[in-house]
Design a protein. Structure first.
Length: 302
């Protein structure tokens, strides 16, 4: 099957390679010409522009967009749609906000094209292990793309599926990432408690190895945490600064809108935000208040 791929960062390039290996004809474009050259070296065809990419594909076309959420997706669609023909399919495989996806799907529908949202998980490991894909879109359109999903998934019948209409794929991926925030926070806190019990001299990587087999807390995230602890037990030269890429925030917003309590996800997001407060103003104010009402000593900076 032919597929255009827009956005050839590490994940997009790996997906293109996996598709080419499975025998699909992939045409790739990226604003970075070196990225285009990279996928050409992996067996794909390269395009000099979005117009060139569309021209190289036979109608009805399928174009997978793998760019950052927000304006980059809108700008890419705006550039692709003038060359589109009825029946063309545009696939957003990035982490877009599902409400934006609903708007884009409606715009494509008005132009008699199709928009499919694919919440994609797998990161840098997807090239070898395959990707988990939560697909939103019309049944018949998703069915046309089935060979692509089967090639990218861990197995043709595992790790992917149509979860509902347009918008649902990105909605499910948003919740997936919110759960991920909570799981990661729980592992981090648990291992911090283990490390703090210094009199036991615990080997954290060894404990992770034990938990990986038979334990109810075993998971791929635990596998990755254990490997990180093995490589750097003290987490030296790593700043306590944890970004968030949007999905956790959107999940918390959704919990408020739907009146569904999600305290673990909410607190894990707040913990990430707190890790980036280099001034720690609120903690300083807490110390000052304790001093004001109780005369408690203040530890001076520096």
């Amino acid at each position: 099957m032919q597929l255009g791929m827009v956005g050839l960062g590490k994940m997009g390039a790996n997906m293109a390679e996996r598709l080419v290996t499975a025998g699909h004809d992939v045409v790739g474009f990226d604003l970075n010409r070196d990225a285009v050259a990279g996928v050409v070296a992996r067996g794909a065809r390269g395009a000099d522009s979005l117009e060139d990419l569309m021209a190289q594909l036979d109608a009805p076309r399928a174009v997978w967009i793998m760019v950052p959420h927000g304006e980059p997706v809108d700008a890419t669609l705006a550039a692709l749609l003038p060359a589109a023909q009825p029946g063309d399919i545009f696939i957003d495989g990035g982490n877009s906000y599902y409400r934006d996806t609903l708007r884009r799907a409606e715009a494509c529908r008005a132009g008699r094209t199709h928009f499919v949202d694919v919440g994609t998980s797998g990161g840098i490991w997807g090239l070898t292990a395959g990707y988990s894909m939560m697909v939103g879109g019309d049944d018949d359109v998703v069915a046309r793309l089935r060979p692509i999903f089967e090639a990218l998934a861990p197995a043709s019948d595992q790790g992917w599926g149509r979860v509902g209409p347009s918008g649902s794929g990105h909605y499910v991926k948003m919740i997936h990432n919110g759960i991920e925030y909570g799981l990661m926070q729980a592992y981090a806190e648990g291992f911090a408690l283990l490390r703090a019990k210094e009199e036991f001299g615990l080997d954290l990587a060894q404990i992770g190895d034990i938990w990986e087999h038979g334990s109810v807390v075993r998971s791929w995230l635990l596998d990755l945490a254990t490997e990180a602890l093995r490589e750097n037990p003290g987490m030296t030269e790593i700043a306590p600064y944890v970004p968030d890429s949007g999905e956790g925030r959107w999940t918390v917003f959704e919990s408020i809108d739907l009146n569904v309590a999600a305290p673990v996800i909410g607190l894990s997001l707040m913990r990430r935000i707190g890790s980036r407060d280099e001034v720690e103003y609120s903690d300083r104010l807490l110390a000052a208040m304790r001093n004001q009402f109780g005369g408690h000593a203040i530890k001076r900076a520096g």
